[in-house]
Ligand binder design. Structure first.
Ligand code: SAH
Length: 364
């Protein structure tokens, strides 16, 4: 028996939606209406889309569906952060974190199930890699957040599980949906993609998108960065820094946000701060210092607050805007680098440095 799979309309950005509607003999503008129904009004039932004819609605029911992720666990933290464990297809799970902060509310979105990049201080890395998320699964996190929270979503950061630039096409489409005026209307300053530094993909991103860029730097020289962020062996600093400069060239309002995890005795000395100042000279920059968030089995410790502050002051003195990121939601393991979900490792790494830790942590 031949079964025709229905198209999940959550997969489609504006262009793809218009093409889909034209492909079924309908009109592009109906596609735009449906995009609006789904994302602006949160409607997943075709019969509620009253500006479509009955005929079109019943045709849609035959060929299409609207599937959104399901929250299977909502963990609120004391500071108002929520960590949602979302159930995806094939029993995979992924975490999204919602962070209200004054006027702002930010959603931290995952782009892959697990991650293959193996940064030595990140707990997602310890889980291994399973697969890329689909467009529907990425934008589905935003869809869910908007429906769950009682205030508007102002910012999205692609800083959850996974390396966004390693899931390039799906991430581009999902970000287009986030920025569309028919949907969430997030401006280029309110969508931030964080990458460990896949240099060719940074150049490609510049061609296709205008979102803001954050880069996981974590070390001021190649020797140390090779250990902490192993992708540096392939794309060292002398390639990464020019790619980032190019990314913001021509827009005087833009800066690169550098993320720098503060690891006790590893990368947090004044000497490191000086090297960092030299490295970033001439690049419009903002520095985000992230106190290390520990997880079971890690060999690292968080730098003491005085050392983080001394580091920050040294950078500020040289004119680099530097902030220490507030650790949010750490009582529910929702802070940076603590997202775990439930990952079935499909990469064939023979020996992981640390045994796969508490894969059910988020789902207990
Ligand atoms: N893969 C992307 C997005 C990931 S996470 C990237 O590498 O940029 C968002 C940030 O949290 C990254 O800068 C990441 O390096 C950092 N991070 C990872 N583990 C951490 C930990 N245990 N404590 C603090 N920050 C961590």
């Amino acid at each position: 028996m031949i079964t025709h799979q229905k198209t999940n309309l959550m997969e489609l950005d504006r262009k793809a939606m218009e093409a889909f509607f034209q492909g079924i003999g309908s009109k592009a503008f109906h596609g735009r209406n449906v995009l609006k129904w789904i994302h602006k009004h949160g409607v997943t039932d075709f019969d509620t889309m009253t500006d479509l004819s009955k005929r079109l609605r019943s045709q849609l029911k035959e060929v299409a569906e609207i599937r959104v992720p399901e929250i299977i666990l909502d963990q609120p933290a004391r500071d108002g952060t929520h960590k949602w464990l979302l159930e995806l297809e094939c029993n995979n799970r992924v975490e999204a974190v919602y962070i209200p902060d004054g006027e702002r509310s930010t959603l931290c979105v995952s782009t892959q199930i697990g991650c293959s990049l193996d940064c030595s201080f990140c707990s997602t890395a310890q889980q291994g890699f399973n697969r890329n998320l689909t467009v529907a699964e990425i934008i589905g996190q935003v869809w869910v957040a908007v429906r769950e929270s009682d205030r508007p979503l102002t910012n999205v950061v692609l800083m959850g599980m996974g390396e966004p630039l390693a899931n390039f096409d799906a991430v581009i489409s999902a970000m287009r949906i986030m920025q569309d005026d028919l949907t969430y209307m997030l401006s280029k300053y309110r969508v931030t993609l964080s990458t460990s530094g896949i240099v060719p993909a940074i150049y490609r991103l510049r061609e296709l998108s205008d979102v803001s860029l954050a880069v996981s730097l974590h070390a001021p020289n190649n020797t140390l960065r090779d250990q902490l962020v192993p992708i540096n062996r392939k794309y060292p600093l002398e390639q990464l820094i020019p790619a980032c400069r190019e990314f913001i060239r021509g827009d005087r309002r833009r800066k690169i946000t550098w993320e720098y995890v503060m690891l006790d005795g590893v990368n947090d000395s004044i000497q490191h701060a000086r090297q960092l100042i030299r490295l970033l000279e001439g690049t419009p920059s903002k520095l985000n210092l992230i106190p290390f968030n520990p997880f079971p089995g890690t060999r690292y410790r968080r730098s003491p607050p005085e050392r983080i502050e001394a580091f920050r002051q040294r950078l500020m003195k040289s004119g680099i805007i530097s902030m220490t990121r507030k650790t949010r939601g750490d009582d529910i393991d929702a802070a940076c680098g603590q997202l775990v979900g439930r990952v079935k490792d499909r990469s064939r790494r023979e020996l992981r440095r640390v045994p796969v830790v508490s894969v059910t942590r988020g789902s207990a």
